[in-house]
Design a protein around this ligand. Structure first.
Ligand code: DHB
Ligand code: FE
Length: 450
């Protein structure tokens, strides 16, 4: 399934999508900086010097200096961001829009006064007719061949090469596990019992190292405070540093993202009606870094790219397991339609039973946890129907983190019937801090295609 980017065919129009956004990231952020009066002053005093403070391409800087808005848009700028720069120069939206049409300011104002540009002659078919009548005209193409091929739509043959989901990892992400590792307590009996359960996992990762991990976790009031509470966050940025959660950042590397695959996933999931928040800059907390430490040990650099995916399980209402399960299935379609031959693992973190608040703190329910693991393997669709109340009552208030496990489970090939899973590893242990540690590794084995 190629992505439908047919909007690229609309004449004289550039749609600002995740791909354009990645291209124009620093150009647009430069524009945003002009929201501050002191920055406007500095920019106007020496435009070149101010632009040189931004990691923009020379082409982008020149387009700004030339006041060439068409070029700015081609290079990833978006009109609402560019408008901050225009306002700094004293330009109205009408002046800015008119400057991109090749008309004089007066003629454009006149055009608008007389009812605006007519739709006749400005439809896709009109553009196609114009292209046919002038065949060998090479067009300036800001989007590149790969995207154009994708834009050709679903009637195109599926690409030979595509990304493959090779396995799923499920694990608790208790912060004290990170502290134990960082302070060399992993040989102490209390912690050794936990880390022993991950010896197999570290060897498994060495043998099955993916190119990218799609890592589902929840931020714990670290990157997102109460000023913004997104339900699903997809990290489309280049990199994310490890957070300072109040006791200094963990001595672990930050993660390198995969903006191109993330943009592809964003496009695919949002087109399937999942309302994602796309985040290019944030820090990542123990929810994400502790699982990486458990699976890779102490390293100077994580051995693959990581796309962070945050699910709100802090403030109710939180998404249901069933919704997460559907999201996982859509995620599989997204990843499999990416036409690069890369290997992807999907990890889901959090859980198992734990309660970090109130007189019931310390609650652990071994039986419920183990049934959850059994049914996650054998009956994930049925298990995903578990109501929120049951998590809270049976697995403790913070046990709700387990709804996230349905994302990785939904992404496995046995769910859409195209393959089988194998349980490569299963581990359960009580306690780590306040929590029951649960851990599963499922490998994914798609059926041979005929
Ligand atoms: C603990 C567990 C968590 O999942 C978490 O996010 C914070 C603390 C704990 O057991 O201490
Ligand atoms: Fe947690």
């Amino acid at each position: 399934m190629a992505l439908d980017k047919s909007y690229q065919k609309v004449p004289g129009t550039t749609i600002f999508d995740a791909e354009q956004s990645a291209k124009g990231y620093h150009l647009n952020q430069f524009c945003m900086s002009l929201m501050k009066a002191e920055n406007r002053e500095r920019f106007l005093a020496d435009q070149r010097a101010y632009l040189d403070e931004w990691p923009m391409s020379e082409e982008q800087k020149q387009a700004v200096l030339d006041r060439d808005l068409n070029e700015c848009i081609r290079l990833g700028g978006n009109i609402y961001f560019l408008a901050k720069w225009g306002a700094t120069l004293g330009l109205s939206f009408q002046q800015m829009a008119g400057s991109m049409t090749g008309m004089s300011e007066e003629d454009y104002r006149d055009l608008m006064l007389h009812g605006g540009r007519a739709i006749e002659g400005n439809r896709i078919a009109d553009q196609e007719r114009a292209d046919e009548s002038q065949p060998a005209q090479p067009q300036a193409d800001p989007m590149g061949d790969a995207v154009k091929a994708a834009a050709a739509g679903a009637d195109q043959q599926a690409p030979e090469q595509h990304a493959q989901i090779t396995g799923a990892v499920f694990t608790s992400h208790v912060p004290a596990i990170g502290v134990a590792l960082d302070f060399g307590k992993d040989e102490e009996p209390y912690w050794k019992r936990v880390f022993d359960g991950y010896e197999f996992s570290k060897a498994w990762e060495q043998e099955n190292l993916p190119d990218v991990i799609f890592l589902v976790y929840n931020d714990h009031a670290t990157a997102f405070d109460l000023s913004i509470i997104p339900t699903f966050v997809l990290g489309t940025g280049e990199s994310y540093p490890a957070a300072d959660e109040g006791y200094g950042p963990r001595p672990v590397p930050g993660i390198e993202g995969d903006p191109e695959l993330a943009a592809h996933i964003a496009h695919s999931l949002i087109r399937e009606d999942f309302d994602l928040t796309l985040v290019n800059e944030m820090t990542v907390d123990h929810g994400l870094t502790v699982p990486l430490s458990l699976m890779f040990g102490q390293v100077d650099k994580w051995p693959c790219k990581v796309i962070p995916f945050h699910v709100n399980v802090v403030q109710y209402p939180v998404p249901s397991g069933a919704r997460c399960f559907k999201l996982g299935q859509a995620l599989r379609r997204a990843i499999e339609s990416y036409d690069r031959p890369i290997k992807v693992q999907v990890w889901s973190t959090g859980g198992m039973s734990h309660q970090l608040q109130g007189p019931r703190a310390g609650l652990i329910n071994r039986e419920w946890d183990n049934q959850f693991l059994d049914r996650l393997i054998e009956d994930p669709a049925g298990l995903s129907q578990t109501p929120h109340l049951e998590y809270v009552e049976e697995a403790g208030s913070e046990g709700i983190e387990m709804v996230m496990w349905f994302i990785a489970r939904g992404a496995m090939s046995d769910i859409d019937g195209t393959g089988e899973i194998e349980v490569d590893h299963r581990f359960y242990h009580v306690p780590a801090s306040n929590t029951a540690v649960g851990h599963l590794i499922l490998s994914d084995h798609p059926h041979e295609k005929e």
